[in-house]
Design a protein around this ligand. Structure first.
Ligand code: NBP
Length: 514
């Protein structure tokens, strides 16, 4: 038997004439990593007429795949890296869909002896963007084009149309554009995939996507908690609320699956499965990366930060159980205090919507700052469009964001766009009322409240940071600047230190921006 197990082969329909076919290889694209994402992406590409060469570290999985899911499709199994490379048209295009971290570097090392200048390595895993920056630079020196591509949409997305966020060596884009856009999700006929930007920009944007996903999920959880603990709604009733919301401004994948989760009962006793799940959340780190990067760049991405911390708090289950026995505070025992259930639900919808607007505004603020910091030219309308379909945060709402950035790609802040400015103005009373109820009855809503505090802070011409500066100067001689026109003989110079106590000296600390 040939070492290459060819199941079928269809003529490549790649329209890109730049792809040289000077060897006899028939593989349009190679893929390493036959776990859930890799297998489904291969099947997706094969459905679109591409011939895919598949390889996996545990080689037995190649044969298993070929004998089952891949049977009869334009998929070639390779049993070594050498075979994989030998079966690819030039420039070779190889996608890695393996566990992020050292496995990616290990495969790059293994691939290099079999690659030629101009070949393309695409990392489709959830890699941290600094790793992608490094790989882009290292491979660039060797004449290999590196693309770090965010892939979102889970198993089903990979199979039928994910959101793809490629960035890295721009020279690679003409060679992968057709296949990427063919296999990506489509929204109103447009592919949810476009070139993001340089170096690790694709993985950066995927990281922010995941951070926003954390935020959206936390907001939904807070709405559920309020409906349950204050409204005393049953799971079925909460499911009905989400079903209604999914027909309005909140129409999105996450609202839709939440509805389905709330309706899902254990067949053995009819009790909602949700009520049997331990309330400690896990995380794989992309939300944390986003929050850390926001701190590094000095951007107030507060909602994602709260969403990450909420998961951390949830993980302290045994401590919370002990605290619940000793720490007092308001709670609703017995009947719900809510008399107008319809208004309660409508207010909550507005709270969710307004908080979500803030979260996306913060996410795009971070992307804007990253572009400045890392010297990337990022395509904001394309980013919004890529998130519009195929991925976990897909929603109707992202269509509005796409339009806003198409109108003005350099929009300073989403909140300045008339659509979002009006939406948040309209949502405000319900947003504040919902938070008021949560505080009154002792239900934690960190994402709702941080969103509102950000909004109130962002729209404040004056914040109490004057006092903060005074405190810093008082104890550390950190100096301060005065408001325009307030300089005088006592307060003079660019950076001023005051001897607040009469005991300190006149030496100031070096200034710095925090
Ligand atoms: P996994 O993240 O579970 O990775 C499985 C693959 O990695 C297998 O091919 C496995 O080979 C290989 N692998 C591992 Br594990 N350790 C390795 C090592 N030390 N050296 C070489 N190969 C190694 O698969 P996945 O869930 O399909 O995800 C693939 C990538 O896509 C990941 O980066 C993930 O974060 C990302 N992603 C996943 C999703 C999702 O919904 N699952 C969504 C979006 C992105 P083996 O078969 O020999 O063990």
């Amino acid at each position: 038997m040939s070492s290459i197990n060819r199941i079928a082969n269809v003529a490549s329909h790649l329209s890109n004439s730049q792809i040289s076919t000077n060897n006899n290889a028939s593989g349009d694209i190679g893929l390493i990593g036959l776990a859930v994402m890799g297998q489904n992406l291969i099947l997706n590409a094969a459905d679109h007429g591409y011939t895919v060469v598949a390889y996996n570290r545990t080689v037995a999985k190649v044969d298993e795949f070929l004998a089952n899911e891949a049977k009869g499709k334009s998929i070639i199994g390779a049993h070594s890296i050498k075979e994989l490379c030998a079966n690819l048209k030039r420039p070779r295009r190889i996608i890695l869909l393996v566990k992020a971290g050292s496995p990616v570097d290990a495969f790059i090392e293994q691939l290099l002896p079999f690659l030629e200048k101009g070949d393309i390595i695409i990392d489709g895993g959830n890699s941290h963007f600094p790793d992608s920056n490094r790989r882009y630079a290292e491979l660039g020196e060797k004449g290999i084009y590196f693309v770090g591509s965010g892939v979102s949409g889970g198993e089903e997305g990979a199979r039928y149309g994910p959101s793809l966020m490629p960035g890295g060596a721009k020279e690679a884009w003409p060679h992968i554009k057709d296949i990427f856009q063919d296999i990506a999700a489509k929204t109103d006929g447009e592919p949810c995939c476009d070139w993001v930007g340089e170096a690790g920009a694709g993985h950066y944007v995927k990281m922010v996507h995941n951070g926003i996903e954390y935020g959206d999920m936390q907001l939904i959880c807070e709405a559920y908690d309020l409906l349950k603990r204050v409204g005393k709604f049953t799971d079925k009733e909460i499911g009905d609320v989400f079903a209604k919301w999914n027909k309005g401004v909140l129409d999105s994948f996450l609202i839709e699956i939440t509805r389905d989760i709330l309706y899902f009962n254990d067949p053995t006793d009819g009790v909602p499965v949700l009520e049997k799940i331990l309330d400690t959340a896990g995380q794989k780190g992309t939300g944390k990366w986003t929050a850390i990067n926001a701190l590094d760049l000095g951007m107030p991405v507060t909602l994602i930060g709260e969403a990450v911390f909420s998961r951390c708090l949830s993980a302290l289950k045994s401590e919370r159980v002990r605290a619940s026995k000793v720490l007092g505070g308001p709670s609703v025992e017995g009947e719900s205090p809510i008399t107008d259930r319809e208004k309660f639900v409508d207010d909550l919808e507005q709270a969710l919507y307004a908080s979500k607007i803030i979260s996306y505004a913060q996410g795009f603020m971070l992307i804007r700052e990253a572009a400045k910091e890392y010297g990337w030219k990022l395509n904001n309308p394309a980013i919004a469009l890529m998130w519009r379909g195929g991925c976990i945060i897909r929603s109707v709402f992202l269509g509005e964001i796409t339009s806003a950035y198409r109108e003005n790609p350099d929009l300073e802040n989403l909140l300045f766009h008339p659509f979002f400015k009006n939406a948040i103005t309209k949502a405000q009373s319900g947003w504040r009322a919902s938070i008021g109820k949560a505080i009154e009855y002792g239900v934690p809503v960190p994402a709702f409240t941080t969103a509102l505090s950000f909004y109130d802070g962002y729209r404040s011409e004056k914040l109490p940071a004057n006092l903060l500066q005074a405190q810093r100067d008082y104890f550390g001689a950190h100096t301060f600047q005065t408001l325009p026109g307030k300089e005088n003989d006592f307060l003079k110079g660019d950076w001023i230190h005051v001897n607040w106590t009469g005991r300190g000296g006149n030496i100031s600390a070096s200034t710095y921006d925090a």
